[in-house]
Design a protein around this ligand. Sequence first.
Ligand SMILES: O=c1[nH]c(=O)c2[nH]c(=O)[nH]c2[nH]1
Length: 315
Amino acid sequence: MTATVNVYLDKQEYGKDKVRLLKVHKDTNVHRVDDLTIRCLLSGSSFTTSYTEASNKAVVATDSIKNTCYILAKSSKVVDTLELFAAELANHFLNTYGWVEGAHVTIIRHRWARMIIDGKEHNHSFWRDGDETRQTEIFIKRGPNCKGRRTIDLKSSIAGLLVLKTTGSSFEDFVRDEYTTLPEAKDRVLSTCVDATWEFNVPAVDSVNVLSTLGQIPFNTIYDSVRDVTCDIFAKDESASVQATLYKMAAKSINNWKWLERVSYALPNRHFFAVDLNYFRGTKNLQEHADVYQPVADPSGLITATVARSLSARL
Ligand SMILES: O=c1[nH]c(=O)c2[nH]c(=O)[nH]c2[nH]1
């Protein structure tokens, strides 16, 4: 029995997720590695019938999409710049399959730090120095009227950068009412797991110019810089709140880089509460006496914001 037709396919994207890939750069005997997890999703009106009429005529198998990731990783010269490799992949799908209207590629890079052996960086041995990842997400679309044009939405992120400072953070002067139990804190432990995202301002370009246009943006330097700014401000700011520190971090990176349009942070406030030890022989461990804390995994605060370049700054 056919379903009643008071519905329509509103949107669709399909492809391969969690394609795992390790690229070893062997150009010298000091090897470098890029350990990636890739998602490639395709979209376009030609795929509608694969959902609504069970027709696979336009469907590029997700297995072929996976193979493409490996084939391009073999030939690519830019795997170590996530944004450019993501653009190469997305562009490939648009150039190869004329009916694909949008290619949406997300790449996560997992950390491998060089081992120090006998006091020296080792040529080909690495260790996982944390769960933090670098990520990028690109969505390249064919121009609606001019098929040779491409519009590019591009953003990159740091996810899971776990940081902690033991002083230089306060939280005072907040609302006190009958719901409040939290004491004012002049000096507290501050810890968060940073998710930072920066959105690039990329003009629409002709299909042949996608990679050369993006090639002008110093993506790896921007990533290093946003990470440095995050750590620098986290460490040096006399923080009045997570909100105030977040704003300084985001504003600084927008001011540093003309390519950045918006910078967002999501900062969980991982609480460390001083343990009240007064019950044990009057032991003082609160306020200025605190040095034993209880980390509280749940619940955590969550402070999020996006800071954007103002229109006047674009002129
Ligand atoms: O930096 C903070 N911001 C808050 O909004 C908040 N709320 C809270 O209980 N502790 C904190 N800390």
